[in-house]
Design a protein around this ligand. Structure first.
Ligand code: PMP
Length: 418
């Protein structure tokens, strides 16, 4: 892990106090203690700008999109489509038509597996995934494998929680048809070298889907520079509303793919004999979308752009370095995931305490962390643990909160040693 971020800590702490004021929930107390929210990899809290954007929409503009000629519907449609352009710019996609709104990362991956995968893959074909994946980048491919008779091949993980790249290269063969990789691991924080891995896949003429759920708020994402074929993320991990996500896909691929779901909005004309599908991106957006959620996502992107993604990443890295050094001093604590390149995620086990006990004891001190298998059961098995405790940082976390985590963990150790 790069330790240089530490020097910036003082300056960041001043800025972070200003950012904290934008998040009303951070004033909450839990069990009589001020909330220390360190479960950001599960979902991030929402700034006022996002809450107010949804509120404003429902108070003033609520209407269905792409349908009415009346003013409210026009306003709702304009705001909805403006959010699409914000996502396009965030990802540096070539066109807003390459941005498909879905429910979340999970739905985006299922869309690609069922639409692209089912129309292109045949018996004996192979899909490469990695040992770091969240269940939502495993199970949709497994379902596809069952449907068409394809097979999953898995890139192994080293003891630091990094992918073994030589092994990755060896997995390619004449039947490899798809590579699906996490950009950042949700359980360990490992940043995967997705650009190099995409280049390798393309050298074998294989398309790449990147699961960006844990990357989008923490590392720069430029889909044209990455040259990935698909990129998926969830709004709620980017300080935006739940129930909204994005599938980016290269236009030529999306154009060639059959629709995922049928219904309103995804058609140009329908008769009982024949249906003509709509153009991109509407072909993949059947039914009434989460308009308020999409507008809220647009507000989140504006909010984060004003702060600056680089400033946020620098702050989170400094916090990771600081907290890593501190928790390493705790007797009996084993860090799971010590990759060279990591986002602000600390996954660990304590010698005598089950992860759930750790989580419960911390909760009584107002500290929210995640415990369990983190929807990455094969990864837990790789490290020989049933579960870990995971603290994950966001832009509003402070050094004092990292200290509270360490003090809480020391209390756990004390309780289990007496
Ligand atoms: N992939 C990764 C890496 C994740 O962390 C998550 C959420 N924990 C998902 C996919 C699924 O995201 P969602 O539940 O928002 O669809």
């Amino acid at each position: 892990m790069n330790m240089q971020g530490e020097l910036q800590l003082g300056a960041d702490e001043l800025a972070v106090q200003r950012w904290r004021a934008d998040f009303p929930i951070l004033q909450t107390c839990v069990h009589g203690k001020p909330l220390v929210y360190l479960d950001n990899a599960a979902t991030t809290q929402k700034p006022l700008a996002v809450i107010e954007a949804e509120d404003r929409y429902y108070r003033h503009d609520n209407s269905n999109v792409h349908r009415g000629v009346h003013s409210l519907s026009q306003r709702a449609t304009d705001a909805f489509e403006a959010a699409r352009v914000k996502v396009q710019r965030l990802l540096n996609a070539a066109s807003p038509n390459e941005i498909v709104f879905v429910r979340g990362t999970t739905e985006a991956i299922n869309l690609v597996a069922q639409s692209y995968g089912r129309s292109r893959l045949r018996e004996g074909d192979e899909i490469i995934v990695s040992g770091l994946e969240h269940h939502s980048n495993i199970v949709p491919w497994q379902m596809l494998c069952q449907q068409v008779g394809a097979k999953l091949r898995v890139i192994p993980v080293n003891d630091a929680g990094e992918l073994k790249l030589e092994a990755y290269e060896r997995l390619f063969g004449p039947h490899t048809r798809m590579v699906a990789l996490a950009h950042v691991s949700n359980a360990l924080g490992t940043v995967v070298p997705v650009k190099a891995m995409t280049d390798i896949a393309h050298a074998h003429d294989v398309p790449v889907l990147l699961d960006g759920a844990q990357a989008i708020a923490h590392v720069p994402v430029d889909v044209q520079a990455l040259d990935c074929d698909f990129y998926a993320f969830s709004s709620h991990k980017l300080y935006g509303p739940m129930g909204v996500g994005v599938l980016y896909g290269k236009a030529e691929l999306l154009n060639a793919m059959p629709p995922y779901q049928g219904g309103g909005d995804m058609i140009r004309s329908v008769s009982f004999e024949h249906t003509e599908y709509n153009v991109l991106p509407f072909k993949f957006e059947a039914g009434t979308p989460n308009v308020a959620g999409v507008i809220g996502l647009g507000a989140a992107i504006d909010y984060l752009s004003a702060i600056g993604f680089e400033a946020i990443a620098a702050h989170e890295h400094a916090l990771l370095v600081y907290a890593t050094r501190a928790v390493e001093q705790i007797p009996g604590l084993r860090l799971i995931g010590t990759a060279h390149d990591k986002t602000g995620i600390l996954s660990f086990v304590l010698k005598d305490a089950h992860a759930h006990d750790v989580g419960t004891i911390l909760d009584h001190q107002g500290i929210a962390i995640r415990t369990g298998h983190h929807c990455a059961m094969p990864l837990m098995e790789r490290f020989g643990v049933p579960a870990t405790a995971r603290a994950s940082f966001a832009l509003y976390n402070t050094r004092r909160e990292a200290d509270a985590l360490v003090a809480g963990l020391e209390k756990v150790v004390e309780l289990f040693n007496t």
